[in-house]
Structure formats: C-alpha cells, structure tokens
Design a protein around this ligand. Structure first.
Ligand code: ASP
Length: 347
C-alpha cells in the first residue's frame, strides 16, 4: 500500500542511468542530475514525496571506494529520521559490492534502502532506467497494513526483480537482466503489481536502535584459483604486507589443489593469523569442505567456510569485521555465521 504521506530520499551517485554520450569520443560519461530529472518527468506523478540528494560529481561505479561508501552511509544517517525509505541510483558495475558493504554498515536497519540503476541512460528511447527507478521508489514507499515498511532491508531492484542486496551478483554485461541472487529467493517481482515474497524478507527488531558503522579495513584480497596457478602468484597474494583476510575462490564444493607448496603457503598465512574464507567459484550452491579430501585438507589447515556467500559479500564482511577491530579469532568465528542473511549454513 502506497502511503501518500511517505517521503523517499533519492540519492544519485552516478552510473549509466544519468550518463550522456561524449560527442567527441562516443563514450558515456557521468552527467548532472538535472539531465536525469529532465528525462524523468514521471517522478512528479508519484503519489508520495520524492526529494533528492546528489553526489557531486556523479561517478562511474568502477571508481567506487571505501570513502564513497562511507559518504553514502553518512547521507542515510543524516536523513534517516526524516524519510520512510531510500533509493540509491548507482552504476551496475560495482552495485553488488556496494549492496554487500552497505548491508553490513547499516545496523538494525528498519527502513528500505533500494539500489537501482540501468544498462541504458534515461535519455535513450529504449532505456530500462525509468521502470527501474519508478518501481524502486514505489518499493521504498510501500507499507503494510500496520504502517510498517514492507521491505525493511538493503536490496537491489533491477529489471522486475527485488533481491537481497548482499546475495546479488552481476551476471550480464549487456542484458537488462543484469543481476541475480543465485542462492536466495527473490524478495519480490514486479509485474502488473509488485508481488512480495514476505517469508523471505528480513524482520527487524523495531525496538533496537539503528546505528551506522563506518569502520572498514582495506587489508583484504581475493585469490581466485585456476589450474596451473603458480607458487609466485599465490605467494604474492598471501604475503601482501599487512594482509588480514583472504577470500579464497575455490572449485566446486570448496576444493583446492593439495600441492605441498600450496598447503605450506596457506598454513604459513594462517599461522600469521590471516583469515582465509573459502568461497566457491560456482554461481549456484556453496562450500562443503568435508565432501572431498582436497576440501578436508583446507578445513584442517583452518580455512573457514563461507558456505553459499558471494565473493562480494565475503569481501565486504572481512572489511567490516576487521574495520570494527575484531580479532582474527572473532572474524574466523563470524565469517560462517549469517549477520544480515548473506549466507545459509548447510552441513
Ligand atoms: N560503468 C557503469 C557504472 O557502473 C555501468 C552502469 O551504470 O551500469 O557506473
């Protein structure tokens, strides 16, 4: 039910949705918000209030950084009590990373924060941006019969699908259906109406105060395995000065080679209290290290399971937990635990 008194803050960070073509180079470049507004008169026809906050200059999301994530959270914190929901316009390239990070920076969230963007700028005739934006705004304003937000969590809405943000992956560089949530059901689907899958939506404790976590530690890395990976390449990753956490992208149910040099490098890293999280390279399913000898070897070394977490969410979790000053032992304990519904534990 759309509440006509609802107020939604639309935060424009950049991305294709608001870009225009550079006449000389032909490349799409971030452009100012007045251009977006000009191409979106539909916003005025919504039955609730939409106010805007602009990042200046807007960015291509490939330029995303820790400090820009902190700025986004600052904007939400500064406006949290005034608005019923938030929509963040964001480039699709790093949207799944932002969704994962923000889901952990916003603690005890009780309002919708919906990320959306588009694959074609709003100025283009066939743009996907208009539908994405209008529906995201409606979702942010939607309330249940008790006047509570229907989706009080951090989501991505793209091409008719509403997804838990920290479960998403960008899967297509060209199609409008650019995202999926491989290991968690969609929270909703927009057709003639928006159908919410209420049983999968987080139920916050409204008695707990929201708070905003700004601390992040950049001493993390992703190490993706491939057959033939060299000792030098693995060493270069694991011996980065100051390194605290590694997302180890393994094969299948969490398997890696068991060459002596590989095992030794991992063993040495774990001895140095580096947290190593096992995440599968597969899109669907998750890590079950006990299944094969090669997986068991990792478990014995002290590699922790990320279960069905995405690489993006595992990385975000390491950044945030270390940022909060947690010890390696605490981070090891929390990585396989669901904090915001980002993973499902399966034994
Ligand atoms: N490069 C753009 C960005 O992520 C792509 C997009 O918006 O979809 O900002």
């Amino acid at each position: 039910m759309i509440d006509s008194n609802a107020k939604v803050l639309l935060i424009y960070t950049g991305g294709t949705i608001g870009m225009v073509e550079n006449a000389e180079t032909g490349a799409w470049e971030p452009f100012n918000f007045s251009h977006l507004r000009l191409n979106m008169p539909e916003i005025k026809r919504l039955k609730f209030t939409v106010e805007t906050y602009l990042f200046d200059p807007p960015i291509d999301s490939s330029d995303m950084s820790l400090s820009i994530w902190q700025q986004m959270v600052r904007v939400i914190e500064d406006h949290y009590n005034v608005y019923d929901g938030f929509v963040i316009l964001h480039g699709t390239d790093t949207m799944a990373y932002t969704a994962s990070v923000l889901s952990l920076m916003l603690v005890n969230l009780t309002k919708p924060v919906i990320l959306t963007g588009s694959q074609l700028p709003v100025g283009k005739l066939r743009t996907d941006g208009k539908e994405n934006l209008i529906t995201a705004l409606e979702i942010a304003a939607d309330k249940d019969a008790a006047g509570r937000p229907i989706v009080p969590e951090l989501c991505i809405y793209m091409q008719n699908l509403l997804m838990r943000g920290n479960r998403t992956i960008k899967i297509n560089a060209n199609n409008f259906s650019a995202f999926t949530s491989p290991n968690y059901p969609y929270l909703g689907e927009a057709g003639l109406n928006i159908q919410y899958n209420n049983q999968f939506i987080l139920k916050p404790d409204y008695g707990k105060p929201v708070y905003f976590n700004y601390a992040m530690d950049p001493h993390v890395v992703i190490l993706k395995l491939f057959p033939g990976i060299s000792e030098a390449a693995v060493r270069a990753h694991l011996e980065i000065p100051g390194l605290k956490g590694v997302v180890l992208e393994t094969y299948g149910t969490g398997n890696s080679p068991i060459y002596p040099w590989f095992t030794e490098l991992l063993h040495n890293a774990i001895e140095r209290e580096i947290v190593i999280v096992n995440v599968t390279q597969c899109l669907y399913g998750g890590v079950e290290m006990h299944r094969y000898e090669n997986g068991q070897r990792l478990e014995k070394l002290g590699v922790v399971s990320g279960y069905d977490v995405t690489t993006e969410a595992a990385l975000a979790k390491l950044m945030i937990l270390f940022g909060e000053g947690k010890t390696p032992a605490e981070v090891n304990r929390l990585m396989p635990v669901s904090l915001r519904g980002e993973l499902t534990v399966r034994e």
